[in-house]
Design a protein around this ligand. Structure first.
Ligand SMILES: [Zn+2]
Length: 238
């Protein structure tokens, strides 16, 4: 199988998950020339609003806004992201194909169980992708990403670190507005927790995280491993 090395491989259960959690960070790194691929594990076929086709179009539009190199869909079942050997193999195959430096996945504590299941699946797959004898017959080289970081979708938790997205907040909002079937109130729209003021609540969260680190807006992330302090003692604040 062909491989394409990328800097960031960001997983979500549904198209819009990655944008909600880290749209600003993605815009920031693509502006810096980093190669970013988004992988949606499902086609969100159980979604109350929109269709598989309309959501694919919305997802493509969001990618253009954020400068994402490629968006792929694993085609796993919506509301069926269970930890099975087949699902782990599928996701590990995607990690081996794109050989990311860093993997991102949803933070497991989230009101939507698919987001937590996506995190577990990516965690398992990421480990298996680095095991030389795992799925040896597929002729894919093993790959170990340097780190997995987790982004928030629903709710607020105190993050382990943050990325300044003050210069990218408008791109983030615009990427979210691409998903008009999910966030806009219109006739025939089923009233889900996303409809109405959801984008405002995400922007408020990023404002609050920004306040904690002394910038206008920031996205918060989690790491299961300790982070190394950089030599200039200032982390990313330059
Ligand atoms: Zn979702």
């Amino acid at each position: 199988m062909q491989t394409e090395e990328v800097d960031i491989l960001a997983f979500g259960a549904h198209a819009d998950d990655v944008e909600i959690g880290m749209g600003g960070t993605i815009a920031k790194y693509t502006e810096l020339g980093k190669k970013v691929v988004i992988c949606d594990l499902t086609k969100a076929e159980m979604s109350s609003n929109g269709t598989v086709e309309s959501r694919l179009k919305e997802a493509e539009k969001a990618c253009r806004v954020l400068g994402v190199a490629k968006r792929v869909n694993a085609g796993l079942p919506d509301r069926g992201l269970f930890l099975t050997p087949e699902h782990i193999e599928m996701v590990a195959g995607i990690i081996r194909k794109y050989k990311p430096k860093v993997i991102f996945a949803p933070y497991p504590v989230d009101r939507h169980p698919d987001h937590g299941n996506c995190a577990k699946l990516v965690e398992e797959a990421s480990f298996s992708a680095g095991v030389r004898k795992f799925r040896d017959s597929e002729q894919q080289d093993p790959h170990k990403a340097e780190a997995i970081y987790y982004f928030m979708i629903n709710g607020f938790h105190k993050p382990d670190f943050a990325v300044d997205i003050s210069g990218q907040i408008h791109q983030k909002i615009s990427s979210l507005e691409s998903y008009s079937s999910q966030f806009k109130v219109k006739e025939g729209t089923f009233q889900t927790p996303l409809v109405g003021d959801y984008i405002d609540s995400v922007v408020s969260r990023e404002k609050m995280i920004g306040k904690e680190v002394g910038v206008d807006y920031a996205e918060g992330f989690f790491s299961t491993k300790p982070l190394l302090l950089s030599e200039d003692l200032l982390g990313g604040r330059k």
